[in-house]
Write a protein of this length. Structure first.
Lengths: 270, 600
């Protein structure tokens, strides 16, 4: 099942969080279908105009299309509001309970746990992670799964209309996904290297600041700064190679995605 | 608003240094990429024109294959150029972030050491390191997208006149509504709400640090958790403010924005309906249908461009707050460095009418204090806590500079000596000194990088560290903090004293509270103190009166001023504050002894 236990664990969601994600997903599907419906208006108009052009049929009446456009605007606005409420609107209460839960959990940890750790760093890490969760919950989950579902629905209906056109329109989607998922291992590899280098920098900054009295007392400013700058430079290099290696895949995927629609115009010629 | 953004940008671009040009190259390429990306739509228009012209006799359109391949070529080139553009901007963005980190740290290196007492290292690190990363998205992606989208809008206006200006204007109208609704989120009253939301985030982050720091203390003393309440309130406040901003401020404009972004074609419908009869009557209906088809397809690219602007807007906001945090770091005060440094003439220390106020406090911590410590003398600073002992001592190595009056070392105002020379003259051992996470050898040698192993060994020995070295697996080369090599508080103190001894500075400023750390170390620490202070000028912050009786002079600081001054005997005879403190101290010591006897 899409929103089963594994999903809940993977994104660290509470039961309420899963419910919120479902709501967000549903509204995203609806939003996408409404937008697709809007394209339908253009399609209908184009058909009618082609009838006029080729068969000399009378021009379509305005009232119906104007009405459809108005309904589209109203529906689109309404569903976007709902989608917004289901994503950004619900996330903060959820994140609040996660933060407080974490704070309570921390309080119960044994004393020895704190002796071994840099407390400022611990807090930073925990708060930073929750911020990232906040972002994923509000910006990504509902939109991503909603996009999956609505793409499937739209693909299915395109197939019903004309399977050949549908294939030529949609072949890019699986190809792009295959490319993205295929390069994931590669991307993860670089992500780990980048993260390590990033932590080196972060730690370096932290240690330098913590020991600043000693550094200054010994007039060692230049040496410590040079060492730190070396770490910063190394980090920059890993970022660059990662971007180059992963960027190529992402861009290739977007090439394929965007070119998906082009073969039909080529084929029509034949 | 707009002006501020531009200055933000120029600040960022200045950090890019020699990579500034690369950013501009990237932006230029991004504009080219956008134009290339639009070209396929023109090819579609050509295809549609040819097809419609021959409709329904499709096979008569012979050129459309060529157009198709042209579109393909344009699209591929466009994406390739966009990729190149992003590579340029990424290079520049990474360099900028690196430069920000380097500049920030170089700046902090010059801040007065007292600054770090009130600004936790974790917070500073987070500000600098985190904010530097946050500028990356703006420089790497958002700027290129803004330029690309702006190019697109300009090109659209041109295309409007080439194809059909009325349908073009219809598409543009949707885009304008979309952009305007986005701007309402950032302007006026909403900007204030956004600031409140960000301030709440800062407060939450600080409360979190306080809370986690407080947990061990709370656990030891079994207190009810006060800081938990503060943290909880901060969390709640943040959630409330965030929700207020996102739902209260952004929900409607954002929905309007998305409605018109995704429905960029919407005004095309009435405009086409309005134009169709005229076109039919005039006989250029085929042309009209071609234009309609073009704009219908083109509206999709508008959606993409608008979505990019939206991301860019949030990137702008993120970068703007990031720059604010960077600016806070860069606003840290720096120690003034004189252009014409003077060398101290001897090893004396003199306070002349010195006052000092901490930032944001009305009552001076030190109020018109004057005293002189002759070279080689040992002077003890005593007095109730909060009396100004530590503040006075920390003015000597320039942890702070006096608000008024002068602190002189060797007859020269400390502000007129080279800070490095001053540091060579003074060794200080304060409560918040720390050990590096390296070997003991390196830790001690930090005080004098060119010292030999033997010198370090001798210093450690003088600081009574022999027992520590014996029990460690690799002796002096043991790395502190690794598995099983944690030193107790008292042991760490002795290593720090060894460091001060090795430094061999003529003036020693030390906080005697360190000796409290660890009773079993006390005798050893006292011996180490003796080794450190021998033959030097010593200013000692004393917390226990037993250690000051032998001092050449005792200065009693109370409420920031010198209450009394003299030798132990003189002060007892004067029967003032010191005499009372001495009496209290002896009574307390007696209690300790009685209590200890009873225990046995």
């Amino acid at each position: 099942m899409m929103f089963g236990k594994e999903f809940q664990r993977k994104y660290a969601l509470t039961d309420q969080g899963v419910r919120n994600t479902k709501t967000a997903t549903v509204w995203t599907v609806i939003v996408n279908l409404v937008v697709m419906g809007g394209m339908g208006i253009l399609y209908l108009m184009m058909m009618r105009y082609m009838d006029t052009l080729t068969a000399g049929a009378p021009l379509p009446g305005s009232a119906l299309f104007i009405l459809m456009a108005l309904v589209f605007i109203a529906l689109s606005f309404f569903t976007h509001m709902q989608q917004y409420r289901a994503t950004y609107g619900l996330v903060y209460a959820e994140v609040e309970s996660v933060r407080i839960g974490l704070a309570e959990r921390l309080r119960k940890l044994p004393l020895g746990y704190f002796a071994k750790r840099d407390l400022a760093d611990l807090t930073e890490t925990i708060l930073g992670d929750v911020n990232r969760l906040e972002h994923v919950w509000s910006h990504c989950l509902g939109y991503l799964y909603g996009a999956f579902i609505s793409t499937a629905i739209i693909a299915a209906s395109l197939f019903c209309m004309d399977w050949r056109m549908a294939i030529s329109c949609l072949w890019g989607v699986p190809a792009a996904f295959a490319l993205l998922f295929g390069s994931r291992k590669n991307a993860r590899h670089y992500a780990i290297i980048e993260k390590d280098a990033g932590i080196q920098v972060s730690d370096g900054i932290q240690k330098t600041l913590e020991n600043i009295r000693e550094i200054r007392a010994a007039n060692q400013q230049e040496r410590f700064l040079a060492e730190l700058n070396g770490k910063i430079d190394r980090h920059e290099k890993t970022l660059l190679s990662g971007e180059l290696a992963c960027g190529i895949f992402v861009n290739a995927a977007s090439v394929i995605m965007r070119l998906g629609w082009r073969p039909p115009s080529l084929r029509e010629q034949a | 608003m707009k002006e501020k953004k531009q200055s933000d940008l120029s600040v960022l671009l200045d950090y890019a240094g020699s990579y500034k040009g690369l950013t501009f190259l990237g932006l230029g390429l991004s504009a080219v990429a956008m134009l290339l990306g639009m070209a396929p739509y023109i090819c579609i228009w050509l295809v549609a024109r040819d097809l419609i012209a021959v409709a329904p006799n499709w096979t008569a359109a012979t050129e459309i294959g060529r157009y198709g391949w042209m579109a393909f070529a344009f699209a591929v080139t466009g994406i390739a150029v966009y990729f190149a553009a992003l590579m340029c901007t990424h290079l520049a963005a990474f360099r900028t972030a690196s430069n920000i980190r380097k500049a920030g740290m170089a700046h902090l290196m010059k801040a007065p050491l007292g600054f770090f007492d009130s600004n936790a290292s974790g917070l500073l690190r987070n500000r600098l390191d985190g904010a530097a990363s946050e500028t990356e998205t703006l420089l790497a992606h958002n700027l290129a997208d803004i330029v690309g989208s702006a190019t697109m809008f300009l090109a659209m206006i041109v295309l409007m006149f080439v194809f059909d200006w009325r349908m073009g204007a219809a598409c543009l109208l949707a885009a304008v509504i979309s952009v305007l609704s986005m701007f309402t989120m950032m302007g006026g009253k909403n900007a204030k709400l956004m600031q409140e939301y960000q301030a709440a985030q800062d407060v939450m982050s600080k409360a979190g640090t306080e809370y986690v720091r407080g947990i061990p203390v709370v656990k030891v003393f079994q207190q009810t958790v006060y800081s938990f309440k503060a943290f909880k309130e901060a969390i709640h406040d943040y959630s409330a403010k965030a929700e207020k901003f996102t739902v209260g401020v952004c929900k409607v404009p954002q929905s309007v924005n998305l409605t018109f972004t995704e429905g960029a074609f919407i005004f095309l419908v009435p405009v086409a309906l309005f134009l169709a009869p005229g076109a039919l009557a005039k006989g250029n209906f085929a042309e009209f249908v071609t234009d309609f088809a073009f704009y219908a397809a083109f509206s999709a690219i508008i959606s993409t461009a608008l979505a990019r602007i939206m991301f860019a807007a949030s990137g702008m906001m993120l970068a703007s707050t990031a720059l604010e945090r960077i600016a806070q770091v860069m606003a840290a005060p720096t120690l003034s460095v004189t252009d014409h440094p003077k060398m101290p003439a001897d090893n004396s220390v003199e306070f002349t009418d010195v006052s000092f106020l901490y930032d944001g406090v009305d009552v001076p911590a030190i109020n018109h204090v004057s005293f002189k410590v002759e070279a080689g003398q040992t002077v003890a600073l005593v007095g109730p806590s909060g009396g100004g002992k530590t503040t006075a001592a920390s003015l000597i190595p320039r942890f702070w500079d006096a608000s008024s009056g002068t602190v002189a070392v060797g007859g020269v105002d400390v502000r007129e000596t080279d800070p490095k020379v001053l540091m060579d003259y003074i060794a200080f051992v304060f409560q918040n000194n720390r050990l590096f996470k390296t070997s003991i050898l390196e830790n001690v040698r930090a005080a004098k990088p060119d010292a030999t192993r033997e010198e370090v060994r001798a210093a450690l020995s003088a600081a009574q560290c022999d027992d520590i070295l014996e029990k460690l697996p690799d002796g002096m080369d043991t790395v502190i903090g690794t598995e099983g090599t944690c030193l107790s508080g008292g042991e760490q103190q002795r290593v720090m004293l060894a460091r001060a001894i090795l430094k061999d500075a003529p003036i020693v400023v030390l906080d005697e509270a360190t000796a409290f750390a660890d009773p079993e170390n006390e005798v050893l620490i006292q011996k180490a103190f003796a080794a450190l202070t021998k033959g030097r000028t010593v200013i000692m912050i004393a917390h226990r009166l037993s250690t000051v009786t032998g001092a050449d002079r005792i200065i009693v600081l109370n409420d920031g001023h010198v209450e009394e001054e003299g030798t132990h005997e003189n002060l007892l005879q004067a029967e003032g504050l010191y005499a009372r403190m001495w009496e209290d101290y002896n009574r307390a010591a007696k209690w300790h002894i009685t209590a200890a006897e009873e225990m046995e």
